[in-house]
Design a protein around this ligand. Structure first.
Ligand SMILES: *Cc1c(COP(=O)(O)O)cnc(C)c1O
Length: 404
């Protein structure tokens, strides 16, 4: 047998972490890495946060799982916290980002098709099912969420895709507008594209999408799975734009490393999500709720958010200075808060591998020749200094591979 016990869908590298300490990972043979990848924007409190560990330990010893057939004081608490701190009125908990986006898509379709108890006759508009999405988006790996992206490398081998997605170029309002028709149900967008290369949407684009949705009676759905939960210095990135969505998916950072996601909606947007329309066995179980509550307690306050903004600005201005020394390698720095992208003048993967293997610095490669710099939000001066030591040494020793 030549297949590996772990299904070989990831080209895994030689780093094999067995322990985490604050902003560092230690691998099997004792090598210490500075972690500016955070499990892809997940470990926002670092790797050994006492509050998070304590909350999970205590809940595990008290009650780990019960069915959603029962009342959930733990779920009500976290849902109330999210309702209090966001645009939303109601929350569905999931175990991952893709499931949160999946629920958001279902909520948008049901808004039109299952108009719900507020309509006297309950009759919906079954002709509205299309969702407009954007080029180079990433929304997850389920059938619906790969169908929601135009990235054909994720589609290959999985035909037929789910019907009902139309793709426009990112940040192109006129192109999105041109796709609106009698079947459109909503618009789904990442305010800052993550996998696509840390590309923030412009103010005019986000405000324009909100206005289009209002004008045509469509659901504005934000995928904040990567950019949400304090990552950009606001609890959610939509706050930077002065607009509010109808529906939003959040995950990654919200569990701080425990699998947790959520679909948040306004009361109006959730009108189709009535008894029996959706469900999940694990979604919102007490253990996940304890993790989410510990994360929200740590990050959902002005002091913490201001610290992310301040560190993000410091990191960014030092990065901008730094790239001036290597104009042949780097093009620009972009992003918000501690979600930064270093765009290179060549494919970024070789430099990311070089930093990892020769300088023990973990980042994440992304689309559009970009290196993602997404550290735990609890980094301090020492980690920022160590990052620049490693990055400078890495840039100085990097040999650009011959073009293939
Ligand atoms: C990671 C990600 C997802 C998918 O999350 P999973 O937990 O891997 O299912 C969806 N949308 C965005 C923007 C992401 O970054």
């Amino acid at each position: 047998m030549s297949i590996t016990p772990l299904m070989p869908v990831y080209p895994r590298c030689g780093v094999r972490p067995v322990r985490g300490e604050h902003c560092h990972l230690i691998d099997e043979d004792g090598t210490r890495y500075l972690d500016f990848a955070s499990g892809i924007a997940v470990n926002l409190l670092g790797h050994s946060h006492e509050g998070l560990i304590g909350a999970i330990q205590q809940q595990a010893a008290t009650l780990m799982h019960v069915s959603n057939l029962y009342g959930s004081p733990q779920g009500e608490r976290l849902a109330q916290t999210l309702v209090d701190t966001t645009f939303g009125d109601t929350v569905f908990f999931t175990n991952s980002g893709a499931e949160a986006v999946e629920c958001a898509i279902k909520t948008a379709r049901a808004y039109h098709q299952n108009a719900g108890p507020e309509n006297a006759n309950g009759a919906g508009d079954a002709s509205r099912f299309e969702i407009i999405t954007f080029h180079n988006a990433f929304h997850g790996r389920t059938m619906a969420t790969i169908s929601a992206s135009n990235q054909t490398k994720m589609h290959h081998g999985f035909a037929p895709l789910l019907e009902g997605f139309k793709y426009a170029p990112f940040d192109d309002l006129e192109a999105a507008k041109a796709l609106i028709g009698p079947h459109t149900a909503g618009i789904l967008v990442e305010p800052i594209q993550g996998e696509g290369g840390i590309r923030p949407a412009s103010q005019a684009f986000m405000a324009g999408l909100r206005a289009l949705c209002d004008e045509h009676g469509l659901m504005l759905i934000l995928d904040e799975v990567q950019c949400g939960v304090a990552r950009t210095g606001k609890l959610y990135a939509y706050e930077h734009y002065g607009i509010e969505p109808d529906i939003m998916a959040t995950a990654k950072g919200i569990g701080g490393g425990f699998p947790l996601g959520a679909c948040i909606a306004t009361e109006h947007a959730a009108r189709g999500m009535t008894f029996g329309t959706h469900g999940s066995t694990y979604g919102g179980n007490p253990l996940a709720m304890a993790a989410g509550m510990a994360v929200m307690d740590a990050v959902a306050n002005e002091e913490f958010l201001a610290s992310v903004t301040e560190k993000g600005e410091r990191l960014r201005s030092r990065l901008e200075q730094f790239i001036g020394n290597y104009p042949e390698l780097f093009e620009l720095v972009r992003g918000k808060g501690l979600m930064l992208g270093l765009k290179m003048k060549m494919e970024s993967r070789p430099f990311y591998v070089h930093l990892r293997d020769h300088h023990q610095l973990l980042t994440v490669a992304a689309g559009d020749n970009t290196i993602r710099i997404i550290p735990p939000l609890v980094i301090g001066d020492a980690e920022i200094d160590e990052f620049f030591d490693k990055l400078s040494a890495g840039a100085a020793s990097f040999k650009v591979p011959e073009a293939a």
